[in-house]
Design a protein around this ligand. Sequence first.
Ligand SMILES: *Cc1c(COP(=O)(O)O)cnc(C)c1O
Length: 355
Amino acid sequence: MQPWYGLINQYRDFLPVSGETPVITLNEGNTPLIRASRLNEVLDEEINLYFKYEGSNPSGSFKDRGMTLAISKAVEDGSRAVICASTGNTSASASAYSAKAGIGAIVLIPEGKIALGKLAQALIHGAMVLQVEGNFDDALRIVKELVERHPFALVNSLNPFRIEGQKTAAFEICDQLGAAPDYHVLPVGNAGNITAYWKGYREYRDAGRINSLPKMLGFQAAGAAPIVTGRPVERPETVATAIRIGNPASWKGALAARDESGGLIESVTDEEIINAYKLIASREGIFCEPASAATLAGVIKLSKRKFFSKGDTVVCTLTGNGLKDSDSALQLSGPPVKVRAEITAVEELLKGCCL
Ligand SMILES: *Cc1c(COP(=O)(O)O)cnc(C)c1O
């Protein structure tokens, strides 16, 4: 087995780095591609379904892919601090990589609805965390204005290095499968990731590493679906906080990925997202974030209308680790059953389940 030193080292030839670039890495990437095995009953078609589990990145989300590059380039350019607006995972990742680099991190988060684990990450890594009395779009607007006045490096996905780093997930999937999948499914929030994957697949094709391209399937939450409805959403609402975005920064990139690949971008309801979130955990043993589950929710929805063909290879990116948002899991599961500290009492309860 080859040792893994992070994705800049692995995919250097495809990335805008030189011998001079200081590589700030937490050995991100090389995440598992897991074959789904117990979801056949909920799907109306026989497909080869895989999950690319990005929750196993060092800070627990795919944001680390873009961040290793964005922070490395910021350090190369002499930045002393980075700044971002975030629904949570960008701030967690920026804080971790800034700590590793020894530079400052400033994060602006929206009011309310931040998963607690993500907030804890930013704080413990030593970032300056400011909670703006507004939504994500307000926070991003302020950040954009700040970088025009001060020498901070912006590490939101408007930063082109973020997209460059994130595209490596597409390379890994092709390397893991030995080919491109037929369909690639992503949750869509700010739309940086769908833009990045599409770029990655195209570059791998152009380099002769794969012969075909997947169709890109994006899913937004019904309460935050600007790309589906065609206009910004003033007050986005969804349980999937990581995709609670009303005016995506990479809107055009998402449309290009959809149209050039012959794919689609649709919405799924919170109910469908929660159902899929529970299925992924209870049937596949993978604990992902609610936003990540929008992918399976979308696949279930499409398979109901016989969208796929038998034997199609479909890869869903599970964007983040469920532990970040354990509140959601606890709320949806209910509390554990209490029992007296006696074996007979325990056995009595087990009768209803495993005995
Ligand atoms: C950032 C994020 C998304 C949304 O990705 P975009 O690139 O903004 O579309 C989805 N899920 C999780 C867990 C995220 O952190």
